[in-house]
Design a protein. Structure first.
Length: 210
C-alpha cells in the first residue's frame, strides 16, 4: 500500500481507469520536462494526453493534485525498486547499498520524466502540511529498514535521521548536477557520493564486509 498521499478525486478501481490515470500522469511528467512544474496547467495535461479537460478533473481537482500525483508515483516506484531490485542483491557493506541507491537517484534524474524538476514532490511548498513526513522520508525509512535487516545497523530514529540528512544532501547536489546538464554534471555527482560517505562514516565508522 502506498505511503504517499495525493488529492485524487476518484481512486481508479478498474484496469481501464488505471490506464487512463497512468496516461494522464505520463502526460503531466513529459510536460513538466518541457515547461517546468510551475507553469504546468491542467489544460496542458489534457492536450498532451489527448483527453478532455473533464477527464483530467475527474481525477484531479487542480494542477497541484496533478503534481502531487506525479511525485507520489515517483516515490512509490522508487520504494518498490528498493524493496525488489536493491534488497535482492547481496551488497558487501552498508555503503555498497547506499552507493547503489545513489546510482538509482542519478538514473531517475537522467531518465525519469519530471524527476529532475519535481523529484519526490517535496519541493512543492504547500501549507498547511498534510503530513509530518516528506516523501523523501518515506524513501529513507525504507532504506533504513534494508540496512538494519541486511547489515545490522542499529534500528531507530537516529538511523532514519542520519539517512535523512545524507539523502537530503544527495537530493540537493543532484538537483544542482542536473540543472544545466541533461546527463548530470559529474563533479556534483561525485561530490554527492563523497560527502555522503564522509558524513555516514563519521557516524557509523568505516563500512566493513559482513
Amino acid at each position: 500500500m502506498s505511503e504517499t498521499t495525493t488529492l485524487l478525486r476518484h481512486e481508479p478501481v478498474q484496469a481501464r481507469s488505471n490506464a487512463r490515470l497512468s496516461a494522464l500522469l505520463d502526460a503531466a511528467a513529459v510536460t513538466i520536462d518541457t515547461v517546468g512544474y510551475e507553469r504546468l496547467t491542467t489544460a496542458m495535461v489534457a492536450d498532451r494526453a489527448g483527453a478532455s479537460i473533464g477527464t483530467v478533473y475527474r481525477y484531479f481537482p487542480d494542477r497541484i493534485a496533478v503534481l502531487q500525483g506525479v511525485a507520489a508515483r515517483a516515490t512509490d516506484r522508487f520504494v518498490e525498486h528498493i524493496d525488489t531490485a536493491v534488497s535482492s542483491k547481496d551488497h558487501a557493506t552498508w555503503w555498497a547499498v547506499i552507493d547503489a541507491i545513489i546510482d538509482d537517484f542519478v538514473d531517475a534524474f537522467a531518465h525519469q520524466p519530471a524527476f529532475a524538476s519535481l523529484r519526490f514532490g517535496d519541493v512543492l511548498d504547500l501549507r498547511p502540511r498534510e503530513s509530518k513526513h516528506t516523501n523523501l522520508d518515506v524513501v529513507t525509512a525504507r532504506i533504513a529498514h534494508l540496512l538494519v535487516a541486511k547489515h545490522g545497523l542499529p534500528a531507530g530514529d537516529e538511523l532514519t535521521f542520519h539517512l535523512g540528512v545524507a539523502f537530503t544532501l544527495v537530493d540537493t547536489l543532484l538537483a544542482r548536477a542536473f540543472t544545466f546538464a541533461p546527463k548530470g554534471d559529474r563533479a556534483y555527482i561525485d561530490e554527492a557520493r563523497a560527502i555522503t560517505l564522509r558524513y555516514l562514516v563519521n557516524v557509523y565508522g568505516e563500512p566493513t564486509h559482513r
